[in-house]
Design a protein around this ligand. Structure first.
Ligand code: PEP
Ligand code: MG
Length: 756
């Protein structure tokens, strides 16, 4: 059953359009369950009627003509109740409705199952049979499973069908897709698909009549991928030279190797089609590599998977599509999963926007996009990635919406917005050198978050009073091994010098979770609850001490360094890490380096430490609240999962209470508290944090001018009153509503929109 299910879903995903997808569904389900009829009804977006869209068993000319109003007939009943209906004799049911055009009076057994996507009934999948008999529970569960799985594919195919229309000359229909705001801003540009992942496991076997042609097709794909890899090496910017070229050399070697190509050709000779033969060979290689002891070799399994995906992609592509990649001036990077390194591959001048099927506001791609000031929309579930290459795209990073092939009116509207945005930013620039002071004179330093050398300049220009969070993992990510002490020292020195005498808070390595190092793979079922942050570096003191030494040495003669420890869960972790810092410091002193011991702070981002914040504050020089992780762990919502992104909100009253608890605990020891999660850059949240008495805020530099404006427009007294109301609210929604109203009343409506 599982194989049948998988192969039906794969066939639907590969369908060219909605019509083909539905026809596959009805034929394959009917065949698999051996019933007399299988049909799909879909809700019309205009009228809400259930329209017969595909059938195997009823009269084909009934398609498109049989329409049931809301709650009409058995199909309408299933849609209305959003529950399956299993009847032995449909004709006897009071809701039964007869449609002459279907010729269906001879069917008695009826099973209707709703097709639901994101709580919305898209349609109904119906089975019918001549016998008067209820369907067995196994059949019902199979159909329920298949309807749930197909809902996404149908929603996707509906969208893709729209795209199909767009490519023809006559229909210039616009496709508007909803995602999540990733980075604020508006962009108008051309979609460039960087890479599309294909699930190799779901490729079915298929018999080929003409193995010679199929072999040729495969060898052409191998050549195309080799060309693609060489072109990548040529195109590569200076940002990632060593790591990527080593990876790509390995790819070329594999594509030349007899062990990969020849067995696929043998598989084709035995009658399988190229994708099926490739799946067999790739999976065998992946298994072999996975079982190896050496972590570096184990990692090669992922390379084989990636390479196989590229080959499958090349097999799918038409020859004219295989040409060298050029990035248009206004590239909108589109993909199933845009990674931080993909983003770094595009020349910054050409990159206008980012649209990703996966990820959300707190994924590192979004954080990087915000740091670079590139509008991004994440988690666009229904993005028909393979069909929108080179289409014109409007990215609305404020509302989290994407328009594909926008008509003139929409483009005009967004051009206008772009202009307004530029003017707004110009206006804010005037605030650059003014402090963030409330109307009643309270001053709160605003710092910038950085992690790339390329975002130092914007941070400096934004008027930041220092760096509140320097994420060190990005420099670790773009290499092929852990960077050594000297190369780290040089990098950290540049950052410390650029901001001197302003403080720079450098966080020690925080990998794991969604931040993977290509040369240090960690495979876990629950990476966010696993080996990450300080847990890794305490287990690997050699990595930790190298980094600390590099930071301390970089600080020589400057003295603006502060150290920050991520993912502290227990007080002991802080004590142990502090001891290692002291050890590194005294070793350097012994070697004759007269260096200051910088302040050492702890991140509060794990709920356990919220309740021990007072004790932690007694030991640490400062605390920095990482609201991205704190929100994820408090609300039990994966920060990168678009399915639950609606639940992820740092304005949840429980999150606000946790932050307040930390601030109050720290106050008892006069330990300063900063906020360095994305929340600090949300104008609504910044006011509440101000009300709590936080000592500083650190955010993406692009958010800084707006936050400064908000702070300068309110008094602390007002902020406290708003906080009181927020803490009593029942939900994040209510808090947002009230805060939006307060900002609107203060004449800052535009900011509210930008900060969503
Ligand atoms: C956080 O968790 O809020 C934080 C600042 O750290 P990161 O986003 O890098 O996990
Ligand atoms: Mg964190």
């Amino acid at each position: 059953m599982l194989d049948t299910l998988r192969s039906i879903i794969q066939a639907v995903n590969d369908a060219r359009n909605l019509e083909q997808a539905l026809s596959i569904i009805v034929t394959r389900v009917k065949g698999a369950l051996d019933v007399d009829v299988c049909s799909v009804y879909l809700a019309s977006p205009e009228s809400g009627e259930m329209v017969l869209m595909a059938t195997d068993g009823l009269r084909p000319d009934a398609i498109g003509t049989v329409r049931l109003e809301k709650a009409q007939g058995l199909v309408g009943l299933v849609a209305e109740r959003a529950e399956p209906l299993n009847l032995d004799n449909a004709v006897e049911h009071p809701s039964y409705c007869y449609f002459e055009e279907t010729g269906e009076e001879q069917y008695h057994g009826f099973l209707g199952v709703p097709i639901i996507h994101h709580r919305q009934v898209l349609g109904v999948l119906v089975l019918q049979q001549r016998n008067s008999k209820r369907y067995h529970e196994d059949v019902v569960t199979f159909v329920v499973t298949i309807a749930a799985q197909l809902a996404g594919a149908i929603a996707h195919a509906e969208v893709s069908g729209g795209i199909e229309g767009l490519t023809s000359q006559q229909t210039q229909e616009t496709l508007s897709l909803k995602g999540l705001p990733g980075a604020p801003g508006v962009a108008i540009g051309r979609a460039v698909i960087l890479r599309q992942s294909v699930n190799i496991d779901s490729i079915p076997d298929q018999h080929v009549e003409d193995p010679a042609t199929e072999k040729r097709r495969f060898l052409e794909a191998v050549k195309a991928v080799k060309d693609e890899v060489r072109a990548m090496v040529d195109n590569m910017g200076e940002a990632l030279p060593t790591a990527d070229s080593a990876l790509f050399d390995a790819y070329l070697l594999m594509l030349d190797s007899h062990s990969l190509v020849q067995p696929v050709l043998d598989g084709i000779a035995a009658g399988n089609w190229a994708p099926g033969a490739l799946r067999e060979v790739a999976n065998e290689h992946i298994r072999l590599f996975r079982e190896m002891e050496d972590p570096y070799l184990r990692e090669r399994a992922e390379d084989i998977r990636d390479l196989s995906r590229r080959l499958l992609q090349a097999l799918k592509q038409r020859p004219e599509a295989k040409r060298k990649r050029r990035y248009p001036r206004n590239t909108v990077l589109v993909g199933e999963e845009i990674s931080a390194s993909m983003l770094a591959e595009i020349p910054p001048k050409s990159l206008a926007g980012v649209v990703s099927m996966r990820g959300s506001i707190t994924s590192h791609t979004a954080i990087l996009a915000r740091a670079l000031g590139i509008p991004a929309v994440m988690g666009v579930d229904d993005l028909p990635v393979s069909r929108i290459g080179e289409h014109e795209v409007v990215v609305d990073g404020y509302a989290g919406r994407v328009y594909i092939n926008p008509p003139a009116a929409i483009k005009k509207e967004f051009r206008h917005l772009l202009k307004e945005e530029q003017e707004f930013t110009e206006g804010l620039r005037e605030l650059r050198d003014l402090p963030a002071v409330c109307e009643d004179g309270f001053r709160i330093p605003l710092y910038a978050n950085t992690g790339l050398l390329s975002d130092i300049a914007p941070s400096l220009n934004s008027g930041a009073e220092g760096i509140g969070l320097y994420r060190t993992e990005f420099p670790f990510m773009v290499r092929e091994h852990f960077p050594g002490e000297e190369s780290q020292r040089v990098l950290y020195r540049k950052v410390l010098e650029a901001f001197h005498p302003r403080p720079v808070t450098m966080r020690t390595l925080d990998v794991g979770g969604d931040k993977a190092l290509p040369y240090f793979p960690i495979v876990e079922d629950n990476p966010f609850l696993g080996w990450r942050g300080i847990r890794i570096t305490l287990d690997h003191p050699e990595i930790f001490i190298t980094q600390i030494r590099a930071m301390l040495l970089a600080n020589a003669g400057l003295g603006n360094l502060q150290l920050l420890l991520p993912m502290i869960t227990t007080l002991d972790e802080f004590t142990d890490a502090s001891a290692l810092i002291l050890r590194a410091h005294s070793e350097l002193l012994e070697d004759g380096h007269l260096l200051p011991l910088p302040p050492v702070g702890a991140m509060v981002e794990v709920p356990s430490i919220v309740y021990q914040a007072e004790k932690l504050a007694e030991r640490a020089d400062f605390l920095s609240i990482g609201t991205n992780d704190l929100t994820q762990y408090l609300l039990a919502v994966d920060r990168n999962n678009p399915r639950v992104a609606e639940l992820y909100d740092s304005l949840h009253p429980s999150v606000l209470q946790a932050i307040q608890m930390v601030i109050e605990g720290a106050k008892r020891h006069k330990t300063p508290v900063s906020i360095c999660g994305e929340m600090a850059g949300d104008p609504l949240a910044a006011l509440l944090l101000l009300g709590m008495g936080v000592n500083s805020l650190s955010m993406a530099s692009s958010a800084l001018p707006r936050i400064k404006w908000v702070i300068r427009s309110f008094s602390r007294r007002q902020a406290r009153a708003l906080l009181k109301k927020a803490l009593q609210a029942d939900s994040a929604k209510t808090v947002r509503f009230n805060m939006n109203r307060a900002l609107d009343k203060a004449g800052l409506g535009g900011l509210v929109r930008a900060g969503k």
